[in-house]
Design a protein around this ligand. Structure first.
Ligand SMILES: NC(=O)c1ccc[n+]([C@@H]2O[C@H](COP(=O)([O-])OP(=O)(O)OC[C@H]3O[C@@H](n4cnc5c(N)ncnc54)[C@H](OP(=O)(O)O)[C@@H]3O)[C@@H](O)[C@H]2O)c1
Length: 211
């Protein structure tokens, strides 16, 4: 299967490496063309660099928008005509950093980034909030854990998106666990109770069940 990855910075490149090592074919696109080209060169034949974000969608079964929250809406509008009923995976945290390095949430407390994303997407596109629960290094070091796989939590309102994102999560070397609908995405983001947790399936399910 083929996945487009738009944004090849910190988390996009880590996701690309894990998906490629699990056998996924990738189409990469980034504002930073050099980072997309360098990443494709590291990955080898499984990855091609697209001409632009729209071109990345050609032949892709799904897209990962590995972008800072502030640019998501613009990129969604750019690729909207190519989304159809494809899976859209968003790992982004709704955060911004000011000139002094102070980090703040761009949405009011209590407003779910997943709900906002769902409103930005065209009708038919299938949203899953996933692949952003672990910081990059933890994500890379926890994949393909043995004997018990590490969990990647995800949220979606759409059963088909759930099946598709579970396949991608397994391809990346993790066990998927659904926490609920996209309105619960604040549990996955920085500061959420499930963020940066490396747990196995049993502990993950008990965390979901008790909250
Ligand atoms: N890094 C992590 O450990 C981590 C973990 C989990 C979740 N996240 C979340 O994931 C999101 C991305 O984080 P990151 O650390 O990967 O950020 P990043 O390193 O800044 O990467 C973002 C990438 O998107 C590219 N980009 C910007 N505008 C674009 C556009 N219009 N079209 C295509 N590509 C564009 C950037 O290119 P330019 O550099 O040229 O602008 C950059 O390569 C954030 O919301 C973050 O909170 C990050």
């Amino acid at each position: 299967m083929t996945t487009a990855i738009i944004g090849t910075g910190g988390i996009g490149s880590a996701i690309a490496h894990q998906l490629a090592s699990g056998g996924e074919t990738l189409r990469l696109s980034s504002a930073d063309k050099e980072s997309a080209r360098g990443l494709a060169a590291q990955i080898g034949r499984a990855a091609v660099v697209a001409v632009d974000n729209r071109d990345a969608m050609q032949g892709a079964d799904a897209v990962v928008l590995a972008l800072r929250f502030s640019v998501l809406k613009g990129v969604i509008d750019e690729i909207a005509g190519s989304l159809g009923d494809k899976l859209v995976v968003v790992p982004s945290n709704p955060l911004t950093t000011d000139a002094e390095g102070h980090v703040s949430r761009v949405l009011p407390r209590g407003q779910s980034s997943g709900r906002v994303l769902a409103e930005w997407l065209p009708a038919g596109a299938r949203l899953a909030m996933a692949f952003g629960t672990l910081s990059r290094d933890l994500f890379a070091s926890s994949s393909n854990r043995s004997p018990e796989p590490a969990v990647l939590f995800y949220a979606t309102d759409d059963d088909r998106a759930g099946e598709q994102v579970e396949r991608l999560i397994r391809t990346a070397g993790f066990e998927p666990v659904k926490i609920g609908g996209v309105e619960q995405s604040d549990r996955l983001e920085v500061g959420g109770d499930l963020h940066d947790l490396v747990v196995g399936p049993a502990q993950a399910r008990s965390l979901i069940a008790t909250t």
